[in-house]
Design a protein around this ligand. Structure first.
Ligand SMILES: *Cc1c(COP(=O)(O)O)cnc(C)c1O
Length: 338
């Protein structure tokens, strides 16, 4: 595996820190908890999409694109980070938002990531209803731009294709390097999984390095079987892109969908507990759509005795705190009970 063969820009701050969560470890009575701060990747408040965009936007430049098109939910972190990356490169960013969540009022519609999308100069082409064919909307728009003589580059939702997943292959390498530097034997990696690129890249990177570190993806949307299939498909395509011939065993991809609650973008009680626990005991901001659902899964599995006391568990903080301001309404109503 030779990542430097692929075009890549430098858009973020790497390596991201790998730090102990002393207070949470004590509070939960072990295992030894660590956090990898991919919320601190840079690019307009950071998050996991920065790593993917280093490869995706490099390809856009290689293809001489003048406009980047992408899509996501109203409070998408991916959309915000893509617009920021485009701004840095002098590209136009045209985005489509999907109204996947509808009852969190004005702040959800306009604040948080949506406010940043506009501040960063993104053009919101349309805000489509839940279930709209987002890929088709992007392709139609790209065709129109091409007719007008422009050169659009379409990035799928979440930046999750084999090129984007290379960003998390790089993260797997970074993690192994830190593990050696810090003499930290990593027993488990846990993180929130959505459009699959993060888990696919991590699994591919750890598999290709023969590390045997298990990765657990806590799903924020899809049921377990579907999520595992999506991640396995993308991880296999990513390995193919990397020239790794060995097939990825099915068992290398593990997802858990028990913490989705009522659906994508709707915080469950366990989500709010994780959010406040990390805020009030570690001073770390999670987000209500992804990282707090991921951490809620980790907390519950710890309580169920899933990990041993001496094991080192690394939670990858994938970012998203900019979305907190869009969730003022459900968050404030949660605080009145706590
Ligand atoms: C997109 C996102 C994820 C999920 O990553 P995928 O690669 O889409 O699975 C997790 N956390 C945050 C904050 C995100 O924005």
């Amino acid at each position: 595996m030779h990542l430097a063969r692929f075009p890549r820009l430098s858009l973020g701050h790497f390596p991201t820190p790998l730090e102990p969560l002393h207070n949470l470890t004590r509070l939960l009575g072990g295992p030894q908890l660590w956090i990898k701060r991919d919320d601190s990747t840079g690019l307009a408040t950071g998050g996991n999409k920065t790593r993917k965009l280093e490869f995706l936007l490099a390809q856009a430049l290689a293809e001489k694109a003048d406009t980047v098109i992408t899509q996501g939910a109203t409070q998408s972190n991916h959309v915000r980070q893509t617009i920021a990356g485009a701004a840095r490169l002098g590209l136009k960013a045209h985005v489509f938002l999907e109204q996947r969540v509808s009852d969190y009022g004005e702040a959800y519609q306009r604040s948080g990531n949506v406010l940043l999308d506009r501040l960063l100069g993104g053009e919101i082409i349309a805000h489509l209803p839940n279930g709209a064919d987002m890929q088709q909307a992007m392709e139609q728009h790209a065709a129109q731009l091409r007719e007008q003589g422009h050169r659009p580059y379409v990035i799928p939702g979440g930046g999750s294709n084999p090129v984007g997943a290379l960003g998390y292959v790089a993260c797997a390498q970074e993690l192994l390097w830190q593990s050696a530097q810090q003499r930290l034997r990593i027993d488990h990696v846990v993180h929130a999984t959505g459009s699959s690129g993060t888990q696919a890249g991590l699994v591919a990177g750890l598999f290709a390095s023969n590390s045997a570190i298990p990765v657990l993806g806590i799903s924020v949307r899809a049921p377990k079987e579907k999520q595992q299939q999506n991640v396995w498909n993308l991880a296999s395509q990513t390995l193919e892109l990397l020239g790794v011939a060995q097939p990825l065993p099915r068992e290398a991809v593990v997802a858990n969908s028990d913490y989705v609650g009522d659906g994508y973008g709707i915080p469950a009680a366990s989500t709010l507990e994780a959010l406040t626990l990390l805020a009030q005991h570690e001073g770390i901001l999670l987000d209500p759509v992804y990282s707090a659902k991921g951490f809620a899964g980790l907390i519950d599995l710890i309580r169920q005795g899933h990990f041993r006391q001496h094991e080192n568990v690394v939670f990858i903080h994938t970012g998203g705190a900019a979305g907190l301001f869009g969730y003022q309404q459900p968050l404030e109503s949660a605080f009145t009970h706590g």
